[in-house]
Design a protein around this ligand. Sequence first.
Ligand code: SF4
Length: 315
Amino acid sequence: MRHAVVGPVPELAAYGVDLDMAERVHHRYPIRLTPYALSLLRPGAPADPLALQALPAAAELIDEPGMTADPFHETAQAACCHGLKQRFPDRVLVMAHDQCAMACRHCTRKGLLGTADVVRTPSQVAQAVAWVQAHPQVREVLLSGGDPLLLSDRRLIGLVRAFARLPQIDAVRIGTRVPVTLPMRVTPELARALGVSKKVWVNTQFNHAREITPEAVTACACLVDAGIPVSNQTVLLKGVNDSVEALFALCAGLQRIRVRPYYVFLCDPVAGIAHFRVSLRRARSLERELAERIGGLALPRFVMDVPGALCKRPI
Ligand code: SF4
């Protein structure tokens, strides 16, 4: 990530960003994007759906009553061992990296990024694997962060193999937005190596049809051709995809590239993203309208997080 665009750099002004405001936002919620993500933006169009996700906005600084950085007390949950948490009986979450290629402005973890304990050293990996082995009811490992695809090939493949070789594990799920924000990171060699175990699944996050660029298509094709199922978890975002036309174009586009539209998430009540939230009533109406427009294979489930629930709740 040597070429990352970090902070309120002057080139952001061309996209309508007020640099003084950006400085204040950066102090609270760091600005970071890839040159690739920047190249997709339209100069002078700050309300563009891609710009809204990538560029800082004054609305991030408005403190809405009742909204905190961690509404579901994620950070308070004790780790089972360094970098590994268990929220559900059959699944564990392993923090593989503490950074992302792009600091998405709508991120529900924006106040927590960079703070998590990450499985870094060989002994931490061995400890996490031993913990899973000692709990045979665990059948799925989710590698998340931050973005696991920011690890080197060697470290990522090693981490995946360490869990995939356990007979009890049916799936190693990788949560990554790299196919959207840094698609050239996904190479055929990496995809083939990840596909070897036949246990790897990838969940990504396309939020708008314009993110389905030739580079993103190539990245997803590498993964799918390597036998890795790729699903998409969209976040429902005001101004980005809160119309049936935008959601239809996104879901149809994803199906065309063999990426399954899996979930549409409602934004959690997190500080700094209130301006992106879509009402439950509007979300329900969008779900109905979309179901009338697109076949079941391309129809995602609209869900929300509920504190203490054992699964995502249909809206
Ligand atoms: S890639 Fe995901 S975790 Fe990372 S900043 Fe974007 S939304 Fe947040």
